[in-house]
Design a protein around this ligand. Sequence first.
Ligand SMILES: C[S@@+](CC[C@H](N)C(=O)[O-])C[C@H]1O[C@@H](n2cnc3c(N)ncnc32)[C@H](O)[C@@H]1O
Length: 383
Amino acid sequence: MGGTPVLPSELALTRFPADPRERLRAWDAADEYLGRQLGEGVDLSGRVVVFGDRWGAITTSLAAAGVRVTQISDSYLGQQATAENLSRNGESPADAALATTVEDFSGPIDLLLVRVPKSLALLEDQLWRLRPFVGPDTTVIGTGMVTEIHTSTLQAFERILGPTRTSLAVRKARLIFCSPDVGMARTQNPWPLTYQLPDGIGVASGHPVVNYAGTFSADHLDIGTRFFLQHLPSRSDAARIVDLGCGNGVVGLAAALASPKAVLRFVDESYQAVASARATFAATFPPGTRDAEFRAADGMAGFEPGSVDLVLNNPPFHSHQATTDATAWRMFTGARAALRRGGELWVVGNRHLGYHGKMKRLFGNCDVVAGSPKFVILRAVRI
Ligand SMILES: C[S@@+](CC[C@H](N)C(=O)[O-])C[C@H]1O[C@@H](n2cnc3c(N)ncnc32)[C@H](O)[C@@H]1O
């Protein structure tokens, strides 16, 4: 099965959640370059697997040509975008198999397409995980913007799969061609990584933290998170606590240690992060010894109004500025809606990000719990 892929530029594609004030495209020259390449005689009749497709442009362009794709994604938002983009273009979301980076994979791959992710660790980890299903006849094609493809990116393909070369750049995008060498000697996938928390950070000092590849601050404690941990109350009677944007779950772990009776909920849009938080929690509280819930979701979506006593949040700050602001705003409004009266939202952030104004506008109050030259910890109470 499979005709010629419909190019992303010919499809109606949006990000998720679609924000009418933001006109950021849901595809780029790297997706388009790959689409053109696939239209030039690449065999699409076997099992096609796509990893790293950000908003579903590659998956939708293949589905529109009748090719059933297995998409492997680390992003809940990316997966939602893919499902919506498939529908928007007249395909059923069931026309693609939407899988996550943390699920077990099985069966041979005929064509592996890789949209190079921002995190090299995530790329390496996924190549390691997919390697057993790649054979000498598997076609492997990567794509990315020139600024995203480094020597280390190509070395990852070389080291894990086999000899690799790149195409000429077209509109600042490049393709990667890798010829799998199944006989090559290899080392082992190092992920997930575990480290011990340092002393001097309150109740969580000395506890292990488990990090799946691509998780925020995966090999050391971030300085903003450290500052947050140092200023969280060492004892609290909050019963229902959410670690919002949990990453490896270190903030929720500290809250669980400080509130022995609390039920913790860990939320992140990254499946790798949710898996990390689950493993971090289990390393201190073995399964069955303490209740907790782990969700891949967009911020506080899905929480009942008034169902939470305390939300702890270190919002994302790395992506495109407008997107980052929109995410923080969604997190804060969602937190306000989920908190009971008297419940609190605690946020740590870089001073210059101006979260104080946003929280004050939403909650009508906002105190500074602690400040350093770089960071500020803010608290707003739902009244
Ligand atoms: C700055 S990191 C904080 C991680 C961890 N809490 C810490 O302090 O080390 C922000 C986290 O927010 C997550 N995130 C980004 N957008 C999100 C969204 N829309 N919903 C939930 N989590 C999101 C990211 O994946 C990332 O793990």
